[in-house]
Structures are given as C-alpha cells and as structure tokens.
Design a protein around this ligand. Structure first.
Ligand code: NAD
Ligand code: UD1
Length: 337
C-alpha cells in the first residue's frame, strides 16, 4: 500500500473526489470527517468506485485528543485539509461559528500535525481571497480583500501558514486557491448534494433541470461582460482533485507553493444555462433579477503558476462538467424522472 494521506473533510464534495484521485495515484487516503455536511453513504460509494473501502474516521478537527489518536495510529506522508464551513451567506449571520471551525479547527489540526512531526499540508483556499480583484485573469500576487467572514477565514488561514513556514522551514505547504468547482465524478456515484436551496449557480441550475426548483434567477444582466451576466472560471471537480495529487508530489520533494486552480477561461451565467440545457436536453427557465450584493462581474484565474510549479492543466471542459453533473443528479433519489 502507498503512502497514507489524511484527508480532512474527505467525505464532502471536493474531498470525496480527492480521495478517488489519491487512490488512483497509488496513495492510501484516510478520511477524517464529522459528517456535518456529508452524506453517510459516501464511503460506500467510494468503495464502489475504488474497488475497496477507504478508511474513514468519524471525528472533528476541533477535537485535539481525537487528532492525536489519529496521528498516533498512522504515519501520514501528508495532510490535505478541506474540513470547513463554506456557505458565504451563513458566514455573515454566524461569523463566530465560521471562525471557530475554519480558523480554530485549523489551528487544532496544525498543533496535532506539529506534535506528530507531520509537516506536509495541502490547504483548500479560494478565489474569494481576492475579493473584487482589479486584475482578471487574477494572478496569485493580487491583493487580498475579504468580502465576508468566510473569505476572511481563508485569508487568516493562509497568513497563519505563511508565519508557520517562516518560523519552521521543515513545513512544506501547498496553498491551492480554487476558482469555481463544478461537475461530478464520471461514475455518477459522487457529486455535490446541497441539502437546502443552493446558493451557487451550478447546483441551482442542476435542481431546475430535475424539476426540484422552478426557475433560475440570473443575478443581473448589466455587468460589463459580453452578455451582461457574471463570468466565472468553472473547473471540473475531477481536474481540481488531480491538482491536489500534483501538489502533494511537489511537497514530497520539499517544494511549497501557492497557486490558483482554475482553467483561465470564463463562462457567463447564460452560457452556463445553455450548456446545462444541452447536457440535460431540458428547457431551463430563467428570469433576470437584481444583482446579488457583493458579486463581481468577472472572476478568472491566471493559471501559469499552477502549470509551472505543479504541471497542472485542467483537461475537462464545460460540456463534461454539465454532463457529469446531470448524470449525478439523475442518479439521485430526489430526481423527478
Ligand atoms: P463540503 O461541505 O462538501 O466539504 C467539507 C467537509 O468537511 C464536509 O464533509 C463536512 O462534513 C466536513 N467538515 C466540516 N467541518 C468539519 C470539522 N470540524 N471536522 C471534521 N469535518 C468537518 O465542501 P466542499 O465544497 O467540498 O469544500 C471543501 C473545501 O474547499 C472547504 O475548505 C471550502 O472552503 C473549500 N472551497 C470550496 C469551494 C466550492 O465552491 N465548493 C471553493 C473554494 C474553496
Ligand atoms: C461563490 C462564493 C465565493 C467562492 C466562489 C467559488 C458566494 C456569494 N460566493 O462565488 O465565496 O469563492 O463561489 O466557489 O457564494 N448566479 C446567478 N444565480 C444564482 C446563483 C449565482 O445568476 O442563483 C451568478 C452569480 O451572480 C455569479 C455566477 O452565477 O455571476 C456564479 O455564482 P456562484 O456559483 O455563487 O459563484 P461565485 O459568485 O463565484
């Protein structure tokens, strides 16, 4: 068996795809998740994809004793840290819960790693750290600007890592700033499954396609973009997952890095709706409504750094994102088919 890797939040949307990518690359992923925002059947579904069950520990990153037990029982070659709260709107109404989990939990995890002498970490950051960037495609050197408490937690965690690496050169850290993850695994067995009404575009469109929601609200058509609707850099979640494997490989050579993970290519809201319509062969009603507060016109990644430092290039396009999402949605119990 290959090197063991701890994946915190490994039962979640992105984490579950990372677990598959690690397995395919010959690693032995170990999931630590409190199942606060993950389906209970994810491990069984992963077992079907991988041909064997991943090791799963039900536990919380805020529980230092639990982490010490986990690190005591394994010799991890690295940690991929995804466990966090991620709903922007909720972070505005419950900032303390966000700081407690995303920052407090992170500090508890770093403490346990340091005690165990495991100093290799891939950290899930976000394009949200750029706020409303002046420059697009946005380079990693663009200034930080938090638009909400969630964004602030990511900036704080990045700064903690900067200070930690400056203080102790034994740490090898990969900070990955995701742009807009989309799509699902090609098997149709794992994907994004928001319990409530989704805040983000792709899962919302997906639920309109199944008939669960009536129509898409397009937040503004008067932006300075070709069709007036917001443009984002959507990246297939399987590409994103593979980026983590590349990041880990660099860390194992002692090379830390901070990179955007995106495609460099943006699509508008109307282009997304049209693409999902093609994939699902369904008419997707939409209505133009007011802009969403805090939204920017365009958010796209500058991708050279990921290519140069990790050898990363997103391979899958928009049609594949929509087709895999649609296959996943259709396989769900909630599908109206
Ligand atoms: P997700 O909610 O599906 O996954 C997070 C997982 O972490 C869940 O399974 C949840 O149960 C678990 N978790 C949360 N708090 C925990 C804790 N205290 N202890 C143990 N487990 C805990 O979210 P996701 O979309 O897969 O996002 C994963 C990471 O990527 C997050 O850090 C998120 O901020 C970051 N990110 C996500 C996006 C996106 O659009 N999905 C974009 C940029 C960055
Ligand atoms: C969201 C997060 C951001 C995170 C990013 C990447 C919010 C407010 N921001 O932003 O922190 O870094 O994802 O994961 O959640 N749209 C509609 N109708 C909808 C939903 C969205 O028109 O029902 C539009 C938006 O105005 C935007 C585009 O679709 O132009 C994408 O929106 P969304 O999926 O929420 O992603 P981001 O705005 O990039």
């Amino acid at each position: 068996m290959g090197d063991a890797i701890l994946v915190t939040g490994g039962a979640g949307y992105i984490g579950s795809h990372i677990v598959v990518a690690l397995h395919e690359a010959g690693y032995a992923p170990v999931i630590l998740d409190n199942f606060n925002n993950a389906r209970r059947d994810v491990p069984a579904r992963l077992a079907r994809i991988m041909g064997r069950a991943p090791q799963v520990i039900e536990g919380d990153i805020r529980d230092a004793a639990c982490l010490d037990r986990v690190f005591g029982a394994h010799d991890f070659a690295g940690v991929i840290h995804l466990a966090a709260h991620k709903a922007v709107g909720e972070s505005v109404t419950k900032p303390l819960a966000y700081f407690e989990n995303n920052v407090g939990g992170f500090l508890t995890l770093l403490g346990a790693m340091a005690r165990a002498g495991c100093k290799r970490l891939v950290f899930s950051s976000s394009a949200t750290v750029y706020g409303a960037a002046d420059e697009t495609p946005t380079p990693e050197t663009a200034p930080h600007h938090a638009m909400n408490p969630y964004g602030r937690t990511k900036i704080i965690c990045e700064e903690i890592l900067e200070d930690l690496c400056a203080a102790d050169p034994e740490w090898a850290v990969g900070v990955l700033r995701y742009f807009n993850p989309a799509g699902a695994h090609g098997s149709g067995l794992i994907g994004e499954d928001p319990a409530d009404i989704p805040n983000n575009l792709m899962p919302y469109i997906a639920k309109v396609a199944t008939g669960e929601l009536a129509k898409i609200s397009v937040f503004g058509d008067d932006y300075d973009t070709p069709d007036g609707t917001g443009v984002r850099d959507y990246i297939h979640v399987e590409d994103l997952a593979e980026g983590h494997v590349l990041s880990l490989a660099q860390l194992q050579q002692g090379k830390g890095h901070l990179v955007n993970l995106g495609t460099g290519r943006g699509y508008s809201v109307l282009e997304m709706i049209a693409a999902y319509q093609r994939a699902s062969n369904r008419h997707l009603p939409y209505e133009i409504v007011a802009r969403r507060e805090g939204d920017v016109a365009v958010c796209c990644a500058k991708t050279e750094q990921a290519r140069d430092l990790l050898g990363f290039d997103a391979k899958r396009g928009l049609d594949e994102m929509c087709a895999s999402s649609w296959a996943w949605m259709q396989a769900q119990d909630g599908s109206k088919d």
